[in-house]
Design a protein around this ligand. Structure first.
Ligand code: ADP
Length: 164
């Protein structure tokens, strides 16, 4: 019999992808055969990068990670998980700040679909205070973000955010 392939979806804004996100993807690959990193269309957050730009950045950043695909989705994350024939939604959990919001969201998602489980994963300590928001703020002030994002992302951040 063919072995069953396990698949999980990692949804988020990824505006832009950071080493924290990539750390979570790498950890999730130790549990699942396939990870679908899915960029949410969420204009309320006023993203700096468009959805296609974020998808391209994620593809480049995960190019050497076998088992990762990148996609984008509209609407409820749980509905997207089902559409992809998966049952697990991965979220990263950083220092205390994420807990309340993530807890609420996981329980709300469970109301929407009881068959989808949210799995929280903790990044390496060095990334547990890292956020895309902070990186954007630092890059706009010409701060060096090279230890937080891949070099090509740092370059794109400078192009977008630093006025010459
Ligand atoms: P969202 O708008 O969905 O929160 P983000 O791109 O900010 O999108 O985050 C996507 C997921 O990745 C969330 O579960 C978030 O907690 C997690 N995450 C973000 N930054 C990090 C990090 N530095 N380490 C671990 N997880 C992270």
């Amino acid at each position: 019999m063919k072995p069953k392939v396990s698949r999980a979806v990692y949804p988020g804004s990824f505006d832009p992808v950071t080493y924290g996100h990539l750390d979570i993807v790498a950890r999730a690959l130790r549990i699942f055969d396939e990870i679908i990193v899915a960029v949410a269309h969420n204009e309320e957050k006023h993203p700096v990068f468009t959805v296609p730009e974020r998808v391209e950045m994620l593809k480049e950043a995960t190019r050497e990670m076998a088992g990762v695909t990148v996609d984008d989705f509209d609407g409820l994350a749980v509905a997207y998980v089902r559409q992809k024939k998966a049952h697990v939604l991965i979220r990263g959990l950083r220092a205390v700040s994420d807990f309340e919001y993530e807890f609420q969201m996981a329980l709300t998602n469970r109301q929407f679909d009881k068959e989808v489980e949210t799995l929280f994963m903790m990044p390496s300590q060095e990334y547990s205070f890292l956020s895309s928001k902070l990186i954007k703020e630092a890059a706009a002030l010409r701060g060096d973000v090279s230890s937080f994002v891949p070099p090509f992302v740092a370059k794109l951040l400078t192009q977008k955010l630093v006025r010459s």
